[in-house]
Design a protein around this ligand. Structure first.
Ligand SMILES: C[S@@+](CC[C@H](N)C(=O)[O-])C[C@H]1O[C@@H](n2cnc3c(N)ncnc32)[C@H](O)[C@@H]1O
Length: 239
């Protein structure tokens, strides 16, 4: 893991829910951003949080779209506290399906991690897909959730997108390999469905499914609660 991801892991910042919660990307996905993003890359995310800190520290020209204005205040305070230059990050406060159509300009990398209910992940993708440079990558978080999985399943089946190695057990990565619209006809691909990890290699898929099942049990929920007490923050239960 990179040094900032390690630091965030040791000391997760309360950036969400009035400063009471940590809803960040999985550590592996934060490490992926820390490793892959280069200074001056044009990046955009829906939602904000730990990922925004990592993108700021990477010196990306970054835009974060979130309806929560207080997230920007917490981000700026956290930058100051950790000695991160946040001046290349701009926030657009509002709902992504309303804000994204007002923005333009080419992008090198996108993170979709805002609203997770259907159809918002699909709308987020739709509004930025044409802006992403060919060769650029998109991280799609919580890819096992049916409304998000529908998007990832559809992209896996399309010739303009290629599924790459996942950035974490819940973070799918797709690369845009050509410009173009999705097919106007349904070609029989299975999209959506229940909780599933089909974007992971077989062994990781088994582990992720078992972990998902475990953390949905009473014992698993109790373990999450203990972790919460240890850090003083509530970790968002995803799934
Ligand atoms: C899971 S958190 C993002 C976590 C972040 N990527 C990180 O690493 O900490 C979800 C984010 O989506 C934002 N959000 C919720 N509804 C949204 C919407 N309709 N449009 C854009 N962002 C939204 C929340 O305010 C929050 O910042």
């Amino acid at each position: 893991m990179g040094p900032l991801t390690d630091q965030l892991r040791r000391e997760p910042p309360g950036l969400h829910a009035g400063g009471e919660e940590y809803w960040g990307l999985a550590w592996e996905a934060l490490a992926w951003l820390e490793r892959e993003v280069r200074p001056g890359m044009a990046t955009l995310e829906t939602g904000s949080g730990a990922s925004t800190l990592v993108l700021a520290a990477a010196d990306a020209d970054h835009v974060a779209v979130t309806p929560a204005a207080d997230e920007e205040e917490r981000f700026r305070a956290e930058c100051a506290r950790r000695g991160i230059d946040g001046s290349r990050v701009s926030f657009r406060i509002g709902l992504s399906h309303e804000v994204l159509p007002t923005l333009d300009g080419p992008l090198d990398l996108v993170l979709i991690d805002g609203a997770h209910g259907f159809p918002y992940p699909v709308l987020d993708w739709w509004h930025v897909a044409a802006r992403l440079n060919v060769g650029g990558r998109m991280l799609i978080d919580d890819a096992y959730m049916p409304p998000v999985r529908a998007l990832v399943d559809a992209l896996r089946a399309q010739p303009h997108w290629e599924l790459e190695e996942a950035a974490s057990f819940r973070t799918a990565v797709v690369r845009k390999v050509a410009d173009g619209l999705p097919s106007f006809d349904w070609e029989g691909e299975r999209i959506g469905g229940g909780v599933g990890f089909a974007y992971l290699p077989a062994r990781e898929r088994v582990v992720a499914s078992a972990r998902q099942r475990l953390f949905s049990t009473r014992v698993g929920l109790r373990a999450v609660e203990l972790a919460r007490r240890r850090t003083g923050l509530r970790f968002r239960r995803r799934g």
